[in-house]
Design a protein around this ligand. Structure first.
Ligand code: ADP
Ligand code: MG
Length: 216
């Protein structure tokens, strides 16, 4: 089996707090992986290691066969910019850019890229709101823009950290449905404490006491 993401014996501690105690994980291209665990269990830490935002103390993290710990600063920058699309709990849209401009952010703002961003906005159902600003959208719509922004750069991997943690029930359902609909084209890791995500998961794991347990 060729895996897109492969972690082997990954350890991570902050000062005296050991958060990850030997994580082994393989993710196949095209899988939607759900990472459950209570608050403080290390979900964000694990996503950040995979996304090249934080560094492990030991162990291997390979994406597309490249070992993250061996990348220099320039390679890491390119990795974060090109390979990973990151979706945050609080959307992190730029308030002074339109929906379309936000969606196109991952691309360099060229004419043809804007056209592609329009196609992606259609996929997330927001083509009619392309000229609005984030403050003129609901939370769920803002998160759909953030998902469009992540998708627009066609990253090898999309990671989402508590993507519906700030949304009400109906908006959460809409965002979850959106993840389900894009899952075939993308490899996605979603960290959440919401077990409703198990329904859309190809694989699911629970993080507890620094150890990963397979639950689906
Ligand atoms: P989760 O996302 O599952 O809520 P986190 O990965 O955010 O968990 O945090 C796991 C543990 O690591 C927590 O005890 C948290 O306080 C600690 N932690 C996270 N980031 C840092 C940091 N930058 N410095 C020190 N401790 C941290
Ligand atoms: Mg977290």
């Amino acid at each position: 089996m060729t895996s897109l993401v492969h972690l082997s014996e990954v350890h991570k501690a902050y000062d005296k707090t050991t958060v990850l105690k030997g994580i082994n994980l393989s993710i196949k291209k095209g899988d939607l992986v759900v990472l459950l665990g209570p608050s403080g269990s290390g979900k964000t830490t694990l996503l950040n290691l995979i996304a090249g935002i934080d560094k492990a103390n030991s162990g291997q993290i390979q994406i597309l066969g490249a070992e993250i710990s061996e990348m220099n600063d320039l390679e890491l920058t390119d990795y974060r910019k090109d390979t990973v699309g990151y979706i945050f709990q609080f959307y992190n849209l730029l308030p002074n850019l339109t929906v379309l401009e936000n969606a196109a952010l991952g691309l360099e703002l060229k004419g043809e890229s804007l056209d592609y961003a329009k196609v992606i906005l259609e996929k997330v159902g927001l083509e009619d709101k392309a000229q609005r600003f984030p403050a003129q959208l609901s939370g769920g719509e803002q998160q759909r823009v953030a998902i469009a922004r992540a998708m627009a750069k066609s990253p090898a991997l999309i990671v989402a950290d508590e993507p519906t943690g700030n949304l009400d029930k109906n908006n959460s359902i809409a965002v979850r449905e959106l993840f389900k609909s894009i899952a075939n084209d993308s490899t996605i890791i979603i960290a959440t404490h919401d077990s409703d995500y198990l329904d859309i998961a190809d694989k699911a794991y629970e993080l507890n006491e620094g150890i990963l347990e397979t639950i689906k």
